[in-house]
Design a protein around this ligand. Structure first.
Ligand code: SF4
Ligand code: SF4
Length: 282
C-alpha cells in the first residue's frame, strides 16, 4: 500500500467540483506561483508554522508548545487510511452527487499514490476530481484522466515568458497536456485565476480562450478572483510573499475594477461565455 504526504483533508467542500466533496490536499508542487493560496503545499516535506499571536513567550520551545503556537504542517498517510477518511462522508456524496477532489500542491506530483487512490475510489463508485496545474508527464495525466471523473485544469497564462516569470516554469507541457486531454473522454473544467495587473489583460484572456474554445470535453470555465488573505500564511511559514500590494481601487472593488489595466473580471467573463458555461468563483 503506497503512502503520500498530505497537509489537509477538508470536508463539506462545495467549490472543488459537483456536490458536497472531501478535498484532499497533497504536498509538493513543481510550480511556485507568486500568489499561491496554499504555500504550505509547495514543499514536499513537512514544514514548521508559527502563530505569533498564540505565543506566550514561555521559553519552553524545546518541549511541546502549550498554546499550539508551533505546528508541523504535513504528514504521511497510506492509501488505505486515506480511503477510510474519504468513506466517512459517503452519505453526503450520495445525497449531493459529490465525491472526492485531489488538490494540493499538485496532486500529480505524487503520481503512483494518486493513481492508486483513483483506482480505490473507482472500485467504491466514489466520484473523483483532480485539481491540477497540468504540469506533469503526459502519460501520467492521461492515465489519471482514464480513472478520474473530472479534471479541474488551471491555466494561468498563455504567454510562456509570463508563466516562467510568475510561476517559475514554462507552460509548454501544460498546454500540450491540455491538448492531449481534449482527445480523451474525461470532463474538463478550466480554472483561470484572474490576477489584477498580472494576467488580467484582454490579449492574454483572448489567447487562453482561443486555445481552448474548440475542445469539446470542456464542461465549463471558472474565473477565480484574486484575494491576498494568504499573505498571513507566508509570514507564519517564514516565506517572503512576493505579490505587490493591491492598489486602493482593487482593494475596494476587487471584481468591478480592472486596476491599472482597466480590464475587469466581468469583461473576461464575456470573452469565455461566448463558448462555455462561465462562472466567476470556484
Ligand atoms: S513553547 Fe509555544 S508559547 Fe512557548 S515560547 Fe515556544 S512557541 Fe511560544
Ligand atoms: S500550481 Fe497551484 S499549488 Fe502549485 S504553486 Fe501554483 S497555485 Fe500553488
Amino acid at each position: 500500500m503506497l503512502k503520500a504526504a498530505i497537509f489537509n483533508i477538508m470536508r463539506y467542500s462545495v467549490h472543488d467540483g459537483p456536490g458536497i466533496r472531501t478535498t484532499v490536499f497533497l504536498k509538493g508542487c513543481p510550480l511556485s506561483c507568486r500568489w499561491c493560496h496554499n504555500p504550505e503545499g509547495i514543499s514536499r516535506i513537512p514544514q514548521n508554522i508559527f502563530y505569533a499571536d498564540k505565543c506566550i513567550n514561555c521559553g519552553g520551545c524545546d518541549k511541546i508548545c502549550p498554546t499550539g503556537a508551533r505546528e508541523v504542517i504535513g504528514y504521511e498517510i497510506s492509501s488505505g487510511e486515506l480511503l477510510k477518511e474519504i468513506k466517512k462522508d459517503l452519505i453526503f456524496y450520495e445525497q449531493s452527487g459529490g465525491g472526492v477532489t485531489f488538490s494540493g500542491g499538485e496532486p500529480l506530483y505524487q503520481p503512483d499514490f494518486l493513481l492508486e487512490m483513483l483506482q480505490k475510489c473507482a472500485a467504491e463508485y466514489i466520484h473523483t476530481a483532480i485539481d491540477t496545474s497540468g504540469f506533469c508527464d503526459t502519460d501520467i495525466i492521461i492515465q489519471a484522466a482514464e480513472l478520474a471523473n473530472l479534471i479541474l485544469f488551471d491555466i494561468k497564462f498563455f504567454d510562456e515568458a509570463q508563466h516562467i516569470k510568475y510561476c517559475g516554469v514554462s507552460n509548454k507541457i501544460i498546454l500540450e497536456n491540455l491538448k492531449a486531454l481534449s482527445k480523451t473522454k474525461v470532463n474538463i473544467n478550466i480554472r483561470v485565476p484572474v490576477i489584477p495587473e498580472i494576467n488580467d489583460d484582454e490579449h492574454e484572456m483572448r489567447e487562453i480562450c482561443g486555445y481552448i474554445k474548440d475542445m469539446k470535453n470542456i464542461t465549463g470555465v471558472n474565473l477565480l478572483p484574486y484575494h491576498n488573505i494568504q499573505s498571513e500564511k507566508y509570514k507564519r511559514l517564514g516565506i517572503e510573499y512576493k505579490m505587490p500590494e493591491l492598489s486602493p481601487s482593487l482593494r475596494d472593488a476587487p471584481l468591478a475594477s480592472g486596476g491599472d489595466s482597466g480590464y475587469s473580471i466581468y469583461e473576461t467573463e464575456k470573452i469565455f461565455e461566448k463558448y462555455f458555461k462561465t462562472k466567476i468563483g470556484g
